[in-house]
Structures are given as C-alpha cells and as structure tokens.
Ligand binder design. Sequence first.
Ligand SMILES: Cc1ncc(C[n+]2csc(CCOP(=O)(O)OP(=O)(O)O)c2C)c(N)n1
Ligand code: SF4
Ligand SMILES: [Mg+2]
Length: 300
Amino acid sequence: MTCVTELPTTEHLLSGNRACAGCGIGIGLRAITKALDGRMVLVNPASCLTVLGGMYPLASLDIPWINVAFPSTAAAAAGVRAGLRAMGREGEMTVLAMAGDGGTADIGIQALSGAAERDDDFIYVCYDNEAYMNTGTQRSGSTPHGAKTTTTWTGKRENPKDVLAIMEAHRIGYVASTSAAFPTDVYDKMVTARDRRGLRYLHMNTPCPSGWSFDPKDSVRLGKLAVETGLVVLFEIADGVFRLTGRSAALAKSGKPRTPVAEYLASQGRFRGMSEADVAEVQAWIDERWGRYVARNAGD
Ligand SMILES: Cc1ncc(C[n+]2csc(CCOP(=O)(O)OP(=O)(O)O)c2C)c(N)n1
Ligand code: SF4
Ligand SMILES: [Mg+2]
C-alpha cells in the first residue's frame, strides 16, 4: 500500500475551489488526479463536483473537463473514448467519468449499465455523499436508512441500493469500494484501475458536513468511523476475486468487534431522533453484509 508521503506532489485540484469546508469530494479528487497524473479527460454531470470545479476562467481543476446532462455521464464518457480512438490519441489519457450518488444510483444507472454491458473502456467513479446535495439534500437511492433529508423529513425508511453489487453483476473486470477518508486507498485503487482496460467502477464514500450536519473538522474522522463500523467497507473485486483492503482487511483479520453503528449515527444531525429499533435494524443490516464480505475475502 502506498504511504501518504509517497503520493505525487503535483496538484491538479487548485486552491480557491468552491466546495464547502471539509468536503470529502476534494480530498478524494486530489488522490484520483494524482493517480492519473493529470493525464485525463473528466466527464461529469450536474453535482457538487461541478460547483467545486467552478467555471472558466475561475476553474479550480487544471484538466480537460466536459460537463454533461445528468443521465448521460457513462454514454458521454464512451463517446469521448471513441473520439480519442478515432483521433489515434487513446493511449495519451484516461477517460474518467465521475458523478454523485444521485447521478449514479438513480438517474445515470441506465447509461452506466449499458457501458458495463459493452465493457466500454473508461473509469467510472461514483462519489457517494449519500443524497442529492447540490440541490439542497434530497434523498437518493444511496441515502442510508434513518437519514433525514428534505424529502425524508422523519428519516429514510429504506436501506441503500447496493450499486457495487449491481456493477459486479455486470461482470466487469474491476469493481472497488473506497473512502475519501483514506486517500492512499483511493490512490492505490485508481492506479490499479488506470492500468486495466474495459469499464472499471469505483464507489467512493465522501463525507459531507453540510448535508450530514457535522463540524467540517470531523470529515476524515467520520469517514474513518464509518469504516470502523462496517457501514462503509473497503474492498476490490478484480477479475471476480473479492479482497478486503486497508482498514477493512485489518478489521477482519483482527477478529475484534467493530464499533457499534450507534456511535456513528449519534455523531451527525441527519440521524437525530432515530428510534432504538431503527438503529438496531441498521446494525443488523451491517452485520449481515459484513459477514458475507468476510466469508468471500480472498486476501490474508
Ligand atoms: C435532468 C436533471 N434533473 C435534475 C437536475 C438538478 N440537479 C442538479 S445537481 C442535482 C443533485 C445531484 O445529486 P448527486 O448526483 O448525488 O450529486 P451531489 O450534488 O450530491 O454532489 C440535481 C437534482 C439537473 N441538473 N438535471
Ligand atoms: S454540500 Fe456536501 S458534497 Fe456538496 S460541496 Fe458541500 S460538503 Fe461537499
Ligand atoms: Mg450526492
């Protein structure tokens, strides 16, 4: 695993970007652009990432970037790749599609499924801040059970959609789950993805102080806590082989109990007022999924 002091020092996300203080997207994006060494075309639909990047001449990213209609991210990325191929320039850069959870789990899933079926040659990153944040925190398919949003005033009743399982079911070569709270985990998975061909899918948890209602200084701490509980699990599936990575692998190996999810839920305003029964339901959901992941783990 790459050590944080070994990360490339060149920055592609420049100072003065428009993200809220403590936003997880910026942390993850720095690791992603470092892994690709800036040699990339970014394809992105409306989202907080668009706002973070800003508009010419005040853009905060020094990479080519195309902003596309909400449902079309994966289709547009396939088109950019085809265009580069037609120009004989496909070896020069990686095509990176990057969309939020709303733009992936809900609105963009049709184009993404089509690209996966064709095994189109690009990397797709879903950054998951667990709601439609850019438009003021509406519930998405990825919003966790119990979270209050402007469209789930009393807390969401359903568990989040398992987009990673959906992508695995397409039998693409590389599927990975990561978290912006672990930039070296993001970096290593992006390097692996960069060096493969076909559709590669990464799902990156990105804490959101504004939408989750917590102090911006706690972004990384909460992102790590989510992994300690097993709510977010770090893993990769390469050519069908499932392997826990980083802190999740260490947790599984230690055999020690994970942190109860109640601690994580109590740390954010969006979960305020959850009933004990709802907390127990979330815990049971995590435990069942964790058991399945540990049983599949082919790593040490
Ligand atoms: C077709 C379409 N519907 C709705 C919108 C309005 N809209 C812009 S950004 C956004 C939220 C995006 O949510 P997500 O993909 O999770 O990204 P986030 O804002 O959370 O980063 C919405 C609903 C739009 N731009 N286009
Ligand atoms: S609303 Fe959340 S995801 Fe959007 S820029 Fe602010 S902290 Fe980041
Ligand atoms: Mg979102």
